[in-house]
Design a protein around this ligand. Sequence first.
Ligand SMILES: Cc1cc2nc3c(=O)[nH]c(=O)nc-3n(C[C@H](O)[C@H](O)[C@H](O)COP(=O)(O)OP(=O)(O)OC[C@H]3O[C@@H](n4cnc5c(N)ncnc54)[C@H](O)[C@@H]3O)c2cc1C
Length: 259
Amino acid sequence: MRIVVLLKAVPVVGNEKLVDGWRVDRSAGLEANGNDEYVLEAGLKLVEQHGGELVTLTMGPTPAMEAIRKALAMGAARAVHVQDPVLAGSDTLATGLVLAAALRKMEYDLVLAGADTSDGQGGIVGAAVATRLGLPYLSYAAHIEPDPSAETIRVRRISAAGYDVIEAPMPAFVAGTQLLGEPRYPSLRGIMQARSKEIATWTLADVGVEASSVGSSAALTEVDSATPPPPRAGATIVREAPEIAAERIVEFLASRRLV
Ligand SMILES: Cc1cc2nc3c(=O)[nH]c(=O)nc-3n(C[C@H](O)[C@H](O)[C@H](O)COP(=O)(O)OP(=O)(O)OC[C@H]3O[C@@H](n4cnc5c(N)ncnc54)[C@H](O)[C@@H]3O)c2cc1C
């Protein structure tokens, strides 16, 4: 199976910082988006079971390399990094356009993406890319089971009533959740091997997208302002023997009519 995982590099959770124009600072300290590590893990397991190759695809600035190297150390065979100064300020529409254009130059049976990201949280890039490529889109996946001989993919999908089982012909696009299973830690061997794996850097021209379609001037949305959440009120810590602590907690909850 040929699998491409869409891997976004995001600021380390908790260290997000806004710079000019309410932009998230991506000048340093990026890591792989948490959900993307879960789909990467699912993709690596599929390759271990069915053979083939897993390649990651990232659109992002130079510091995205940290996330890409981790994916290679976890087991991805190689990586594609779309990087171009004119991409700065791109919105979701442009991100979907560029990733779809890059995928047109790649070979795959399955494209995997996270359900959403920790910085943008749009939860829309996967659907946008699948729509542009005319691929079946299977979202909220908790389990992925391909049948390479029948060239179909079956996904257990989280639904309001529990789970749906849906099937589609491959090539297909699956957006996954953390129910796919914990990502592995890169082994020392994996880290060493990652150093010699290929990271192809593609510019916007390489993927055939016009500069006028990306960047802040092409963005259909504009961030007017951004405000950090108010600081949390101080926590109350109960340091008593268990039976007294239980009483205090019940009193506290009762005073707020929570029990
Ligand atoms: C006006 C505006 C200006 C912006 N300027 C910038 C900017 O200067 N720099 C910047 O980095 N962002 C910028 N953004 C944010 C950027 O547009 C979003 O981060 C991007 O569209 C992805 O959306 P998301 O994070 O909500 O992804 P989601 O839709 O939540 O992502 C779902 C999944 O899609 C995949 N995916 C998403 N993005 C990527 C990616 N880049 N590479 C590979 N896979 C991906 C991942 O698998 C992810 O789990 C801007 C947004 C707006 C509205």
